[in-house]
Design a protein around this ligand. Structure first.
Ligand SMILES: C[S@@+](CC[C@H](N)C(=O)[O-])C[C@H]1O[C@@H](n2cnc3c(N)ncnc32)[C@H](O)[C@@H]1O
Length: 443
């Protein structure tokens, strides 16, 4: 598998100059040298998220562009990387790759996806990417378009923006899709212009004029929901909100996603937001037409939901680019690595599990810290139970005196890794001298 190039134009470390080129438009004239102004703006943004859970409006643009964007790119890059490594996301032959970024803001999630795609085979599409940024914050997506199209990366980017967000019935307005031709999703823009009365009466009647399943050759290869689900429907109670988001994602899968495409949801790793995502996942998994690609290796009820104090999230030890560190410090933020909660959905039956060569052996995802304690190493894992048992979230250990060449890979594991256990265990939760431990990471 090909790892993304360290020099990727889409990686946070390369974004300083392109961001600084835009900051004067937001009142920051000395770029990252203006640490006090940026620190203050980031502190205000952070306070707004902590109190209101959202941060809307132009007052937050400088902090979002200068700080949140480069901080958040790795979240989407990590979320999409397994998809690329598993060859479940490739450049299509004969047409550009199509990305729909919902709640795009300044495009961090798109950038992360592009970073993950660097090194992927380009096919006849030759690295052409068409990105549609959807966000009610027009000012943000207008800047994002300038920013993304100006990047000197290996892809040829065309960016379209739409100020329409997701409307309360879950539809995304038809004028999102200007280049798709006539009426691929129903009553599209051209028709709406030609027949304004019909368009108006359909809207007035609340008819989901865009709700028509995508056909082969249509739809987006990637639909991204980067840290936006958390911002939707915050006034609803928990059950209604889960139902609403299940319906929304089902609708987007049916009407926006290409038949072999992937819908990628990335949420903040906070307990309450992640448990909401687990509940949405569980409900979606009762719908047989929804494929759960990952990160889970199974579609049974999420074991993390069983215990109220549990939640399952990624935590990568990535470092903040050096030029962001003073801003984080000035804002009083501590940097503890990249944390996020992903959910990847498809509709073609292709799962992460089905792309791993594990020979039917017990396969697990490391979902917690791997802790070497006195005399043993322990890891929290989720996936196949021991023979005859269903999926489980359990702690598995290996005591030091059972360490052998065939199981030493257990010492090197970290959160997020995929691991295969082969051969006899001492107990279902204890690796023994005859157990072979290997990584199944497709990357
Ligand atoms: C936390 S930002 C995330 C931005 C970007 N996706 C990222 O990952 O960095 C959430 C974005 O969702 C947008 N948003 C809020 N309500 C929306 C809606 N109903 N439809 C689409 N986007 C919405 C906000 O304007 C904001 O830009």
């Amino acid at each position: 598998m090909v790892a993304p190039k360290a020099t990727s134009a889409y990686a946070p470390s390369s974004l300083r100059a392109p961001i600084e080129a835009l900051l004067p438009r937001l009142g920051i004239h000395r770029g990252y040298d203006d640490v006090p102004a940026l620190g203050k703006a980031v502190a205000t943004l952070s306070a707004s998220y902590n109190t209101a859970g959202v941060a809307a409006g132009k007052a937050h643009y400088a902090a979002r562009l200068a700080f949140s964007l480069p901080r958040d790119v790795p979240k989407a890059a990590h979320a999409v990387r397994e998809l690329v490594a598993a060859k479940a996301l490739t450049f299509p032959d004969g047409r550009p790759l199509r990305i729909l970024d919902v709640g795009a803001g300044f495009g961090a999630t798109t950038l992360g996806a592009l970073q993950a795609l660097e090194g992927a085979a380009l096919g006849e599409g030759r690295g052409k990417v068409e990105v549609t940024l959807v966000d009610p914050e027009e000012g943000a997506t207008a800047l994002a378009k300038t920013f993304l199209e100006g990047l000197k990366g290996s892809f040829d980017l065309k960016v379209v923006v739409s100020k329409h967000g997701i409307s309360p019935d879950g539809s995304i307005q038809p004028d999102l899709l200007p280049w798709f031709g006539d009426e691929p999703f129903g009553f599209a823009e051209a028709s709406a212009k030609a027949h304004p009365e019909r368009a108006e009466s359909m809207r007035a009647a609340g008819k989901p004029s865009t709700f028509r399943p995508v056909k082969e050759g249509q739809g987006f290869d990637l639909v991204l929901f980067g840290q936006v689900l958390s911002e939707l429907d915050r006034g609803l109670d928990s059950d209604a909100r889960i139902a609403r988001h299940v319906a929304l994602l089902e609708r987007v899968l049916a009407t926006r996603l290409a038949p072999k495409g992937t819908l990628v949801v990335v949420e903040p790793a906070l307990k309450e937001r992640t448990r909401h995502l687990h509940a949405v996942r569980d409900r979606l998994c009762t719908n047989e037409s929804v494929t759960l690609f990952g990160p889970c290796l199974h579609r049974e009820a999420c074991p993390a939901l069983a215990k109220e104090t549990d939640w399952c999230h990624e935590d990568r030890p990535d470092v903040l680019p050096a030029w962001l560190v003073p801003v984080a410090r000035a804002a009083g933020l501590r940097w503890e690595g990249v944390t996020f909660s992903p959910l990847l959905l498809r509709k073609d039956g292709v799962t992460l599990r089905s792309t791993l060569a594990t020979n039917g052996n017990r396969t697990l995802r490391v979902v917690g810290d791997v802790t070497p304690t006195k005399g043993k190493v322990e890891a929290q894992v989720c996936g196949d139970g021991p023979e005859g048992e269903g999926p489980q979230r359990v702690r598995v250990m290996r005591i030091d005196r059972d360490r052998r060449e065939n199981n030493e890979a257990f010492d090197e594991l970290s959160r997020g890794d995929l691991v295969v256990l082969e051969g006899p265990m001492v107990r279902p939760d204890r690796i023994g001298p005859e157990t072979t431990v290997s990584r199944a990471n497709p990357v």
